[in-house]
Ligand binder design. Structure first.
Ligand code: SAM
Length: 227
């Protein structure tokens, strides 16, 4: 089977007549959300399902650069039960670390029980991402912030967290759900508003990718912090 690494830690596998994206499984034999495990020449890969993960959808929509590298430190806002976070954990490897913030106790319990306890590079944090000061003692300076909180003030939340935790020149990836901002206005207007907030907060916005058909009325914004 042909395996191609198109960005560090992100692989394309030719499976029968289909091409799928995948990450190298940090915990061989274990799945997180029922994804397929595929072994090629002694290496186990986990398929990365774009209908379940906006980051996978962004890669399929030709995200120019995935700002994640082996050994990176990542602050993940809106980690939920860890579907996307588990692939981030695969990509950054055992030398990297993800601090995953969510305010829903049920999601945190699932993250802890099903994902974090098997992976030494994930620390779950039960907290409100609007109050980054409440977890500042737990999180160091990071290379990347990934945000998917589906809140109308998400760009403000990213800026607040960046001021405390993101290194100069670090990246933010922010999944914007236009319907969580205003159902009556066209999605592109919503994305532009979020982009403006990031710019005012010291970010240089690199790309805005619409994620249909994988996620309707969603976009992924990537931006570099230049405070
Ligand atoms: C769309 S889901 C995230 C899905 C996840 N990123 C993934 O791809 O696997 C949004 C999550 O954000 C969390 N959330 C919303 N507002 C939040 C806030 N202010 N602080 C922390 N978590 C928040 C919700 O509890 C929910 O789990």
């Amino acid at each position: 089977m042909n395996v191609e690494e198109t960005s560090p830690g992100i692989f394309w596998l030719d499976l029968d007549s289909k091409r799928i994206i995948a990450t190298k499984n940090l915990t061989p034999g274990l799945t997180v959300y029922g994804e397929m495990l595929v072994e090629v020449e002694g290496v186990e890969y986990r398929s990365w399902v774009p209908y379940r993960s906006k980051l996978a959808a962004s890669i399929l929509k030709e995200m120019a650069e995935v700002p994640l590298r082996s050994g990176d430190k990542v602050l993940y806002l809106g980690v939920a039960s860890g579907t996307t976070c588990s692939h981030v954990s695969d990509i950054i490897g055992s030398g990297g670390h993800v601090w995953g913030v969510d305010f829903a106790p049920r999601s945190m319990r699932d993250l802890l029980h099903n994902v974090a306890r098997h992976r030494g590079n994930i620390s779950p944090i039960l907290a409100d991402a609007r109050d980054p000061g409440s977890y500042s003692a737990l999180v160091p300076t990071v290379d990347t912030i990934y945000a998917d909180v589906a809140q109308p003030d998400q760009a403000d939340i990213v800026v607040k967290n960046a001021e405390l935790f993101l290194k100069n020149g670090g990246w933010a990836m922010m999944a914007v759900k236009s319907r969580s901002i205003d159902v009556t206005r066209p999605p592109r207007e919503m994305y532009a508003g979020e982009v403006e907030t990031l710019k005012r907060g010291g970010f240089h916005v690199e790309t805005v990718l619409e994620l249909d058909p994988y996620e309707k009325d969603h976009a992924m914004v990537t931006a570099r912090f230049e405070s």
